[in-house]
Ligand binder design. Structure first.
Ligand code: FEO
Length: 395
């Protein structure tokens, strides 16, 4: 269903309330998502992005209710990932010669995925497209934010930045606009999105934000490709990104662990108690990673100044759940974080040391010796774990 955004610009996307996993099963979407596509109807009619492939037919049929598809003068593809390009096949089957404006890298990604020779018009930063009525589209490459092919498109006159993935959230919200959304959900989903998808590209983002800000473009609306459209103080999300890409941390320590027979869990609780005894102002969050959503724990680590990671030893190493979690964490390349490790063991006890070595290689600053406890913690071990917590609070 078409919804007006501003003047002759409308939303024609898909709100996906049922989605619970994204990027395969790598990203949890507790609040669903949306694939925001936009229709600009000036002297020229332009479609900006499409929707995920399962909704392609629905998308094209809806679009047909609104316009004669042959009136579309151009399609702007800001990013080739299938959640935004997935309806191109169905659409371009009906209007095969329509020009597709995208970056050179997007020609690669679209051709690689769909194996079609569409009427590509490659653009780079600074290129513009006159769409009549005194308005034009200006393209800004967003290389590696988060794919090589990514770009943003700015509509002059209406001052709308179609930012694609940047500034988005996985949040299915039919009200579309940020001022109508549940603020708590919106803020959480925005930081979760950043932490789990954009963190590895923080340094690139930092440079891109200054480049965009130096253009001094008036921005009235940031029209993302997922979640809400920022129309109420849209710069607020740009300011958040500026903070998040700059080695972000809050006064928080996250303890993340898995446990076999509760010994490592007991240590986690004792370390948490010790931290709070030493520093009642620090926020301490404790998660069994086997029982908590991975992306939610990652979000909490992103907000933290320190990660305390726990695993019992099995097979001379950490648990597989912890190894997988640490692998994902390493890929995110978080910076400026301290770390410590702990765990129970029966006979060899390598896990805390191996986790510490892994975290150190991943760029974490280890602030205490790996702490291991033989068999189940007794009162003395619990005391030692609390003392560790106190030292970590001071580290
Ligand atoms: Fe929302 Fe990178 O696709």
């Amino acid at each position: 269903m078409k919804k007006n955004i501003k003047n002759n610009v409308s939303w024609v996307g898909k709100i996906d309330t049922e989605l619970r996993q994204f990027h395969g099963s790598d990203y949890s979407t507790h609040k669903g998502s949306s694939y925001n596509s936009y229709l600009i109807q000036e002297e020229k009619t332009i479609l900006v992005d499409t929707v995920w492939r399962p909704y392609a037919d629905e998308f094209v049929n809806n679009l047909k209710q609104e316009i004669d598809l042959n009136k579309i003068d151009a399609i702007v593809v800001n990013h080739g990932e299938v959640d935004h390009s997935g309806a191109l096949l169905a659409l371009l089957e009906q209007i095969p010669d329509t020009p597709v404006y995208c970056t050179a890298k997007a020609v690669d990604s679209l051709t690689g995925q769909y194996h079609r020779k569409w009427n590509f018009k490659t653009v780079k930063t600074g290129d513009t497209l006159d769409i009549g009525n005194g308005k034009s589209l200006a393209f800004v490459e967003m290389t590696m934010l988060h794919w090589p092919d990514s770009m943003a498109t700015y509509l002059t006159g209406d001052n709308i930045l179609f930012s694609n993935d940047a500034f988005g959230q996985h949040y299915a919200f039919g009200g579309l606009f940020n001022d109508l959304a549940d603020r708590c959900v919106l803020e959480y989903e925005a930081i979760k999105y950043y932490a789990n998808i954009l963190t590895p590209f923080s340094q690139i983002l930092k440079r891109k934000l200054s480049e965009i800000l130096s253009m001094e473009l008036p921005i009235d609306i940031i029209a993302t490709s997922h979640g809400v459209i920022w129309r109420d103080n849209p710069i607020q999300i740009v300011e958040k990104y500026a903070a998040w890409c700059d080695n972000y941390q809050e006064n928080q320590i996250t303890i993340a662990y898995d446990t076999m027979w509760d010994g490592t869990r007991s240590l986690a609780d004792a370390i948490a108690a010790g931290i709070v005894e030493e520093d009642p102002k620090v926020t301490v969050k404790v998660y069994n990673i086997a029982k908590t959503d991975k992306n939610d724990v990652i979000t909490e680590i992103f907000k933290s100044k320190m990660l305390v990671m726990g695993s019992p030893t099995v097979g001379n190493d950490m648990l597989g759940s912890v190894a997988g979690f640490l692998h994902f964490l390493k890929e995110l390349k978080m910076k400026n974080k301290k770390a410590a490790t702990f765990g129970c063991y029966g006979w060899t006890g390598e896990a805390p040391k191996k986790m510490a070595e892994f975290l150190e290689k991943a760029g974490y600053d280890l602030v205490d010796e790996p702490f291991r406890n033989n068999w189940n913690p007794d009162a003395n071990a619990i005391h030692t774990a609390r003392e560790l917590g106190r030292r970590l609070a001071k580290a």
